[in-house]
Design a binder for this molecule. Structure first.
Ligand code: ATP
Ligand code: MG
Length: 354
C-alpha cells in the first residue's frame, strides 16, 4: 500500500494539530507495513508571508501530484486588513475549487466519554452516529444569476442543480451508507422549491440501483428538529450545499466540541481532508489545541483514500480509548476533574493506544 500525502498545515493551531495527525498516520504505516510518503507545502498566512500569495502554485502543483491533501487551518487576525481575495482563507477556497471535490463528508458522532459535554441529554445523543454528505460545488452559493442591485434595493441568488450534479453526490451517499447502517435521509424543501423537486426525484430514481439501502426524504425544517430530538434515527444525511452547511453545524453539538470534528471532501482530482475547526489564533502555539479532530481526519484519509477501513477504525478506537481513560485537552475538560493534557500529550496517548 503506497500513499502520497501532502500536508498543508497552514496557520494558528494548524501545524500543532496536523503534527499529531501525521504522527498517527506514521504509526499506522509502521504497524501495517504501508508505504506512506509525506510532503509539506505552504498555504494561508504562512504562504502570504513567504510568497506573497495564500496559495502558491508550488503548493497547488504538489497537491495535484498527491493522493490526499491533509490541511490544518488557515487564518489569523493579522491579515484582517487585506482584501478578501488576498487573505489566508482565499488560499483554502482556491485549493478547494482547484481540487474540485463535490461531496463534503462530515461525521457527527456521540463519544460516550464526552456525553456530558453536549448540551443535549445523554439519553438523546447516546449512540448517535451521523454522516453528512453535503453537495459542495452547486446550489445557492454558486448559482447564477446572482446580484445585489443597490439602486433598486433588491438582491438575488439562484439555487440551481442539474440532474448529473445530484446523481454524483447522491451516489457517494448511497455507497457510504452501504458500508454503514444502510440508510440515507435525503434533505430538501420539495413542498416549496422546484430545485428540491428535481433533487428528490433524482435521488429516488438513483435509489433503485441500491435495493439494500433504505431511503427516506425529510424537509429541511423538519430535519433540523429531528436531528436534535432523535439523532439516533439518522445514518447518512444527504443534502444540497446550503442545507448541509447549516445542518452539519447544528449536528456538531452532538459531539460536544469543535475540536473533535473531522471532514473530507471527495469526488475531485484529489481528496481534501481537514478538521472542521479554524486556526483558533487565541490558543495557537500554547499546546492547548485539541488534536483529535485532526487525528479523526487522518482516520478519514485511511478510510477514503487508502481504503484501509480496519486501520481507520483502529484510529477511531484509539481516540475512544484515550477519552475513556480520561485524558482531556482544555476544550474538553469543562471543569471536570479529568486528566488535563497538552496537544502533544494527547497525540502521544493516541499513538500508545494504537
Ligand atoms: P478561523 O478564522 O480560522 O475560523 P477562529 O478564530 O474562527 O479561526 P475557530 O477555529 O473557528 O477559530 O474556533 C473558534 C474557537 O473554538 C477558538 O477560539 C478556539 O478557542 C476554539 N477551538 C477551535 N478549534 C479548537 C481545537 N482544536 N482545540 C481547542 N479549541 C478549539
Ligand atoms: Mg471560524
Amino acid at each position: 500500500m503506497k500513499l502520497k500525502v501532502l500536508v498543508v498545515a497552514g496557520d494558528g493551531i494548524g501545524p500543532e494539530v496536523t503534527g499529531e495527525a501525521v504522527r498517527v498516520l506514521r504509526t499506522v504505516a509502521e504497524l501495517g507495513g504501508y508505504d506512506f510518503e509525506f510532503r509539506e507545502a505552504l498555504i494561508g498566512g504562512v504562504a502570504i508571508k513567504q510568497h506573497g500569495l495564500p496559495l502558491p502554485s508550488s503548493t497547488l502543483d504538489a497537491a495535484l501530484e498527491s493522493d490526499a491533501v491533509l490541511l490544518g487551518a488557515v487564518g489569523g487576525n493579522e491579515f484582517n486588513s487585506l482584501p478578501p481575495d488576498r487573505r489566508p482563507e482565499a488560499g483554502l477556497l482556491q485549493l478547494r475549487q482547484s481540487l474540485g471535490g463535490y461531496a463534503n463528508l462530515r461525521p457527527s458522532f456521540a463519544w460516550p466519554a464526552l456525553a456530558s459535554n453536549s448540551p443535549l441529554k445523554a439519553e438523546v445523543v447516546d449512540g448517535a452516529d451521523i454522516l453528512f454528505v453535503r453537495e459542495l460545488l452547486g446550489g445557492l452559493y454558486f448559482g447564477e444569476p446572482r446580484s445585489w442591485d443597490r439602486e433598486a434595493g433588491s438582491a438575488w441568488n439562484t439555487m440551481r442543480y442539474t440532474r448529473d450534479e445530484v446523481i454524483r453526490v447522491a451516489r457517494v451517499a448511497f455507497e457510504l451508507a452501504g458500508a454503514r447502517r444502510k440508510k440515507v435521509t435525503s434533505v430538501d424543501k420539495a413542498n416549496v422549491l422546484e430545485v428540491s423537486q428535481l433533487w428528490r426525484a433524482t435521488v429516488t430514481e438513483l435509489a433503485s440501483q441500491y435495493p439494500d439501502i433504505t431511503l427516506e426524504h425529510q424537509y429541511v425544517d423538519a430535519c433540523a428538529m429531528h436531528l436534535m430530538n432523535t439523532p439516533r434515527n439518522f445514518d447518512v444525511v444527504l443534502t444540497e450545499n446550503l442545507f448541509g452547511d447549516i445542518l452539519s453545524d447544528e449536528a456538531a453539538v452532538i459531539t460536544g466540541s469543535l475540536g473533535m470534528l473531522p471532514s473530507a471532501t471527495l469526488g475531485g482530482t484529489v481528496n481534501l481532508y481537514e478538521p472542521v475547526h479554524g486556526s483558533a489564533p487565541d490558543i495557537a502555539g500554547k499546546g492547548l489545541a485539541n488534536p483529535l479532530g485532526a487525528i479523526l481526519t487522518a482516520a478519514m484519509v485511511l478510510r477514503h483514500s487508502a481504503k484501509l477501513e480496519q486501520d481507520a477504525q483502529a484510529v477511531e478506537t484509539a481516540v475512544r480509548k484515550v477519552l475513556e481513560q480520561g485524558y482531556r485537552t482544555a476544550d474538553l475538560a469543562r471543569g471536570q476533574s479529568k486528566m488535563g493534557v497538552t496537544t502533544q500529550e494527547m497525540g502521544k496517548h493516541v499513538h500508545q493506544a494504537l
